[in-house]
Design a protein around this ligand. Structure first.
Ligand code: SAH
Length: 269
């Protein structure tokens, strides 16, 4: 049976993961969604080449949000997305990595759904996975780790309350040590020295650490050290955002790589 009634309009936003940087790491689904957008709202970690897939008539709005730098307020971004979707635009929100791993994708999704706006999510490759690939290690190599914990080095102070206490780094470190979990720290550049001190409460000082900057991009760099020298490494190698910090014995096989890529920071395996 066919219906002749016009389908009712359902406003929708598609949250699209643009991957860690390399534009070749977009999914086919992401490419299709980008091509169909009439409005694209783009984060600043999204590679400019990704926008080559956009329609020439699409409106492209850059809404960068880099920690501490000039940024568009989150409330404004959420309001604009809703406004454009309700006005009938095909809205695509392009976010670095996977849209729902940090980067406030969860909050955006919640905010939109609360207003009756449908949300579709298209996964992207998250930075921690690209960083491990760039190093040539497996985050879950069974000889060293039972699993992996992705964690922020910069927890949201506005979300800290009795149900959501501040990160207990001593407990995280003990758990990582006792349960053999690899740690992948996002947004940890600014807090590296605090992170080192906090993690030393539960992990040995000689735990291997790698920092991967600009994972998957031609200017990718990495440096390796041991946990007790993490903040020194940041200073010496002038490592900057975006970078992820990988901590754990899965890095033990890396010393040869380190010797080639960063002669000043050879891992003492
Ligand atoms: N949704 C993103 C993460 C957003 S939070 C994802 O899934 O990857 C931003 C943090 O991601 C940065 O502070 C950094 O820790 C990490 N990051 C993003 N792109 C990166 C890259 N190319 N190389 C290393 N780290 C990156």
């Amino acid at each position: 049976m066919t219906s002749h009634t016009r389908p009712s309009f359902i406003p929708k936003v598609t949250l699209v993961g643009a991957g860690p940087g390399d534009p070749q790491l977009l999914t086919l689904k992401a490419v299709k969604a980008i091509a169909s957008a009439t409005v694209l709202m783009v984060d600043d970690l999204v590679h400019p080449e990704v926008l080559q897939h956009a329609s020439p008539t699409a409106r492209i709005i850059h809404v960068g949000k880099r920690g501490g730098c000039q940024s568009t307020p989150q409330a404004f971004i959420e309001k604009l997305m809703a406004q454009e979707a309700l006005a009938g635009e095909t809205v695509v929100r392009l976010k670095g990595g996977d849209p729902l791993i940090f980067g406030r994708g969860g909050e955006e999704q919640q905010h939109l759904r609360a207003q009756g706006i449908a949300v579709e999510v298209i996964n992207g490759i998250t930075a921690g996975l690209a960083a491990a690939q760039g190093l040539g290690i497996a985050l879950t190599h069974r000889a060293y780790a039972h699993g992996v914990l992705m964690i922020t080095g910069h927890a949201s102070p506005t979300h800290t309350n009795q149900y959501m206490p501040a990160i207990d780094w001593a407990m995280i470190a003990r758990t990582a040590h006792d349960c053999r979990l690899t740690l992948v720290v996002y947004m940890g550049v600014q807090t590296a020295s605090g992170l080192e001190q906090a993690l030393l409460m539960g992990l040995p000082g000689d735990t291997p650490v790698a920092v991967v900057e600009n994972a998957s991009l031609p200017n990718q760099r990495h440096a390796t050290t041991q946990l007790a020298q993490l903040s020194d490494l940041f200073v010496r190698e002038q490592l900057a955002s975006p970078a992820v910090i990988i901590i754990g014995d899965v890095l033990l096989g890396l010393h040869k790589l380190a010797a080639v890529d960063t002669p000043n920071a050879v891992l003492q395996a």
